[in-house]
Design a protein around this ligand. Structure first.
Ligand SMILES: C[S@@+](CC[C@H](N)C(=O)[O-])C[C@H]1O[C@@H](n2cnc3c(N)ncnc32)[C@H](O)[C@@H]1O
Length: 130
């Protein structure tokens, strides 16, 4: 939520349970449009109706490097849950899955960190000043 606010994502879509921990949002949720979807199918149906490709962000087999991928201007960035990551269904619905390069012993970074990197990658292409 806080990251989406920082990079001015148009909306946040939460898939699954409606309850979430607001503490980390630092009150930014007051300024974000938030939609809820019961499952990935509904989110992807909404995205298709809006003509928005869903770009999965996860370090899964077959993912392409975010560092060398030009994210589309209009898109939905889909992040997985801490622990399981993107579901099989989410992967199937994604037009593309991008991974973030990392080199340490940990298998993954946390979803908030991944979201910041992915959104900033979008900003560098589509919204950087200068
Ligand atoms: C803690 S990760 C868990 C899943 C991860 N696939 C794993 O093997 O541990 C939670 C989410 O953060 C994002 N994420 C974490 N590390 C990533 C990376 N290196 N590349 C892309 N996304 C990443 C993804 O959206 C992922 O679903």
């Amino acid at each position: 939520m806080r990251t989406a606010n920082a990079f001015l994502a148009k909306e946040i879509h939460i898939v699954g349970r409606r309850r979430w921990n607001r503490r980390g949002a630092m009150v930014t949720d007051r300024y974000q449009h938030v939609r809820h979807h019961p499952d990935t199918a509904e989110l992807t149906a909404w995205a298709a109706a809006e003509g928005l490709p869903v770009i999965g962000i996860d370090n899964l087999p077959g993912a392409v490097p975010l560092e060398t991928t030009e994210l589309p201007r209009r898109c939905v960035l889909l992040f997985g849950q801490e622990g399981p990551g993107l579901t099989e269904e989410a992967r199937r619905h994604a037009a593309l899955v991008c991974s973030i390069a990392q080199f340490g012993s940990t298998r993954s970074i946390n979803a908030g960190a991944a979201a910041a990197i992915a959104m900033h990658s979008w900003v560098r292409i589509h919204a950087a000043a200068g």
